[in-house]
Design a protein around this ligand. Structure first.
Ligand code: GAP
Length: 444
């Protein structure tokens, strides 16, 4: 056993951003041109991590339940949608500019009447809509203004009748969706925490009015549990109820799931009771009666909606922050990501101890081929074994499997655990089963 001194706890955002860039999780978008503010690209490892977060959410919200259907609506929508939803009228920040240093601030983020940077005089507040506008149609003068959706939720509301009809659902039931959303954010920073292009994972859960508060409580617990089941430490999560003056225009009640990010507690997900606001507004503006006929009660009504709405990029960031560990091993710093195996971009790395022995290399390749299927397993011989282990630790690979000269005669290989660094010598033919049992049920 290797002696290790834990020094976990003080991760800074720059450590995470640095690791993400160096190892290929997240890059600044269009970096070769100097980038574009608060837009990010996911690299070879980031795309795997993000996909694993999305798949885990979908499994929990759709596959493990009997009362949820999925949907994938378009980003562009008829602009009437945003009139009905209230986003054209009220999806705005109040901004002030400094007449001295010319910096721009959100009114709700500053206290006092002077510029927080230089003490200069501030302008009167102006309203700034956060939706990106573009045009549909190529004929000049006839093009129609449309918006990039600022939330995925409205795609669900406008499809309420379609999904209800085809699925023959009875209340309560939900519609889940994962997709891109866009906001022309003013205050950015903190790496991917607040981006202009991001992804949401949203569930609109339709319930009978009067049963909304019971379901609201249910979803608070269920969502907290999902984050914990994927390894976020309980003490780094909390629920915070919105004050009346911060509730969105559609919400009767809202809680944020907050995570302890390096800059402090901040919103990871919002869980709102949207009442019948959206369906009623869409009914009014579209002229389509978006009501539900309750056959058992013999009455029609507009369902209430409970909405757990999470940001995938924020979840990715929280999982990275919470998994980041450092320790000192034999007087050297070791950095590793203690990601839940379900989320790890690469589940196992097969490493030959001696790459100048063709039989060892061949056996390692055969083993990798045997392990592949359903998740990512890689082969790597581009450095000495110590460096290869460090690389895999830093990207959160739960297991390294090493093939050495003895493997050629005894058929055994070494399986090394990322977190404990313990090593087991097992039959090469057993590695697949051992990994399956250690990685958990998703790898079946
Ligand atoms: N449909 C409700 C809705 O969109 P929201 O609280 O504005 O509610 C939900 O957004 C979640 O989307 C947030 O909790 C956050 O995780 C994510 N999110 C919102 N704006 C974001 C941004 N600019 N960058 C990254 N994630 C964002």
């Amino acid at each position: 056993m290797t002696e290790a001194k834990k020094t976990t706890g003080n991760v800074e955002m720059k450590d995470i951003a640095n690791l993400c860039k160096r190892r290929g999780f997240i890059f600044q978008d269009s970096e070769i041109y100097g980038g574009i503010g608060s837009v990010w690209d996911y690299g070879p490892l980031g795309v795997e991590l993000k996909k694993n977060v999305k798949d885990s959410w979908w499994e929990r919200m759709v596959y493990e339940r009997t009362d949820v259907e999925g949907l994938d609506a378009a980003i562009l929508m008829n602009p009437e949608t945003w009139k009905a939803s209230g986003h054209i009228a009220s999806f705005a920040d109040l901004l002030v500019d400094c007449r001295g240093c010319k910096k721009r601030f959100r009114m709700d983020k500053i206290s006092g009447k002077e510029c927080p940077e230089c003490g200069g005089e501030l302008t009167e507040p102006r309203s700034f809509n956060l939706m990106f506008k573009t045009q549909v149609g190529s004929v000049e003068g006839q093009a129609q203004d449309v918006y990039l959706r600022p939330e995925t939720a409205q795609g669900i509301f406008v499809n309420f009748e379609n999904v209800l009809t085809v699925s023959r659902r009875k209340l309560p039931f939900g519609v889940a969706q994962i997709g891109k959303a866009f906001r022309n954010e003013i205050t950015t920073g903190n790496f991917i925490f607040r981006s202009r292009e991001f992804e949401q994972m949203e569930l609109e859960f339709f319930v009978k009015p009067g049963e909304d508060e019971k379901w609201y409580e249910y979803w608070l617990g269920e969502r907290m549990d999902w984050y914990c089941s994927l390894g976020i430490r309980k003490e780094h999560l909390r629920l915070r109820e919105h004050r009346k003056d911060e509730l969105a225009h559609y919400a009767k009640k809202c809680h944020d799931v907050e995570f302890l990010f390096p800059m402090g507690w901040a919103e990871l997900e919002g869980i709102a009771n949207r009442t019948d606001y959206d369906l009623k507004k869409h009914s009014e503006l579209s002229g389509r009666d978006l009501v539900y006929f309750d056959a058992a009660a013999g009455e029609s009504y507009t369902p209430y909606v409970i909405e757990p709405s999470g940001g995938i990029d924020r979840a990715v960031l929280a999982f990275l922050v919470d998994a980041y560990r450092t320790e000192v091993v034999r007087e050297r710093k070791r950095v590793y990501l203690s990601l839940a195996p379900r989320l790890a971009p690469i589940k196992a790395a097969v490493l030959p101890l001696l790459k100048n022995r063709p039989e060892v290399v061949e056996m390692a390749h055969r083993l990798r081929d045997d392990l592949k299927g359903g998740y990512r397993v890689i082969y790597d011989d581009t450095a000495a074994i110590g460096r290869l282990y460090r690389r895999q630790d830093e990207i959160g690979t739960p297991f390294c499997v090493t093939v050495d000269v003895d493997s050629l005669s005894d058929g055994k290989v070494t399986v090394r655990d990322r977190d404990t660094m313990e090593q087991d010598r097992i039959e090469a033919s057993q590695v697949k089963n051992v990994l399956k049992s250690r990685l958990g049920s998703f790898s079946e």
